[in-house]
Every structure is written in C-alpha cells, then in structure tokens.
Design a protein around this ligand. Sequence first.
Ligand code: PLP
Length: 382
Amino acid sequence: MTLSKNFNLDQYKRDHQFQIKHNYLQEQFSENHEIWNKINEVISKSEFTLGSAVEQFERRLEEYLGCRHAISVGSGTDALRLSLIALGVQGGDEVITSPYSFYATTAAIVTLGATPVFVDVDDTGCMDVEKIENAITGKTKAILPVHWAGKPANLNGILAIANHYKIPVVEDACHALGGSYGGAKIGTFGTLTCFSFHPLKNLNVWGDGGLITTNNDELANHLRLIRNHGLDTRDVCRVFAFNSRLDTIQAVVGITMLGKLDAINRVRHSNSKFLNDSLSKLKDVLLPVITDSEFHTFHLYSIRTKQRDDLINVLTLNGVDAKIHYPTPLHLQPAAKFLGYVQGDFPIAERISRETISLPVHEFVTKEQLIFMADIISRVVK
Ligand SMILES: *Cc1c(COP(=O)(O)O)cnc(C)c1O
C-alpha cells in the first residue's frame, strides 16, 4: 500500500517559483500589524473559542449580506455538511448536485451516507436548470447547486423548481462571497448558503473557516447548537453533535478582510473584464460571461480552449501559474466509483474539464502581467 503524504509542502515550493503567481498570500499579508494587535487582545483575554470577535464577525456579515443569520463554522466543508444535517439529510436520502465542483461539495453528501445525484452543468460551469426535474425522486431531500468560479448559478430557475417540489436549496457559495444576483447578495436566496474562508478564497483567513447564512430562525438556532456540541448551556446538552467553530483568532482576520472584500472583488472583476476584452477576438476561446444583472466574484478566471494542454505548457514555461480547475469531474474520480457513473454521463462537465484553464486575476496581478498573459494566449490559440 502507498502511504498518503502531505502534498501541500511540494505545492507551496512550486507556487513560489512562478513570476505571475496563483498564490498571492505573502503579498496580501505582508502588512499585518493591525491583525496581530487584535490577535494579541484575544490572547490576553483568552477568548479562543466563540469569543467576542466571532460574534462581531457574524453580525457584520449579516449586515453586509443582508441576511437574518450568519453562523460561522470550522470550514466550508463543514458548512455544507452541517447544513445538510440541519435539514435532516441522512443515509438513503438523495441530494441533487453538480458533477463539476471541488470535491467537498459531493463529500458533504456522501459522508452522511446520502447519495449524490448529479445533473450536468451548462457552459457557465453551473448546474443546468433544464436537467434538474428529471433527477428529482421521492428520496430527494435537497438541491445543492454551486456558484462555480463565483458566477451565480441560475437561482431563479433553481428556486422555482425547488419551491414547486418543496425541496430545500443549499447553495455552495464557497467561490461567491460578495457576489450578487438580480440586486441581492448571494447568501440571501436559498434555504441555506455556505461559504469558505480558506486562504485561497476571496475572503481568506489564516487557516480554515466557513459560514452558513439563512433567513430561517429555526435552522439558524439548530446550526448554532450543532456547531458547538449541541450545548444549550455549559451543563445542558440538547443534542449530541459536533465541534465546528470558527476560531476567534480567525474571526479577527476575517473582520479585517471583510473590510477589504469589496475592493478585492472589484479588482478581480476588472482584471477579468480586461482579459475578456483582450481575448474577445480569438476563435477557439470561450470566455466567462459578464452581465450587469449579477456580480461575478471571479474567484477563478477560467477560459476554455481545445488547445488547453499546449496553452498551459507555454504559460507555465513563461512563469505564469496557470492552473486547471479541475481536470477530472467528480463522477469520474476514484472516490465516485461506487456510484456507477461512466464517461459520457455528463458531457458538458467532462468537456469543461478537458478545456478549462484558470489564469491569475487577483489584486496583485499588474496590468503589464495581464497584457503579457493575453499576448501568450493570442499567440498559442489564434
Ligand atoms: C473551497 C471549497 C469548498 C470547501 O471549503 P473548505 O473551507 O476548504 O472546506 C467547498 N466547495 C467549493 C466549491 C470550494 O471551492
């Protein structure tokens, strides 16, 4: 048997070798005195778990998003899992979701003993609304769409179907904090919405963290219970549950970053628009769609081309950390074997996986670097 190893250490080394980086955390946190001062306060008061900064962060998120409840948890993955648990999803139930996402979306379903039922995505990378109704059965307990790359999924379509069949919607909005749809922030639409504060997400802390939002008081109460051992008070355990709290230290980082989120998202958006404009004449390139009726957070700026593999080689040789998110859709991963899906089941997801390439558009990418990348792409792809 091969022993599992911590592949992150090699990844960190590789990340630093590029001139145009995907990972920009060194630059982002080079000025960090303000955060350290506040962390020192947490330490001096020893408020490590569910301290006052956690409360403050949650209230600020409620205000920012315009939702009734923001409940912080240990990670984006836990946000998804606890949301499904709060809705009563258990072994034998089915949850409709996307085959084109990060692993955690499906893992949240599978680790509860429930069955993920995939429906294909459309060219935006988000769930194809036309295909949802066919996947609904008597066992469907939730619909779990993903706002892929920060592009809001077709919420009007999804919510119309969900309301008609009375099925709750849990949104995976780990890419989409700060995004909006028809004038309202993502986090105010579905029954529950899940976000991640992982270091590579648009609002990033110094470790793991996640968030669930809802306008439903009962679900919010239950989630506040089950993220903290099911405790009503120190001495009364109402339900045996989990330990999935946002560290107070991470909440301190989160409060600072929430103040910067709109500026960060605006730069990602304008860099993406600049690349879209620069690449608009290329025939074999499918660009992300930018519209006025929604705000795409561009957690990922991903384009599609049949010459993806050539392009990634040339970009990498030129010092650009172009990445593939992701080369294998979820239904074809070894972990999904037991579900019995085969190649060809979700043709759009499979095609995107073959053609997609993500370019750095974060706040530290300069205009010269954007032009440099666009020039390379124009030379390779034509
Ligand atoms: C990052 C991510 C998650 C998981 O979030 P963690 O905080 O890393 O647990 C879930 N879904 C999507 C789409 C993600 O990108």
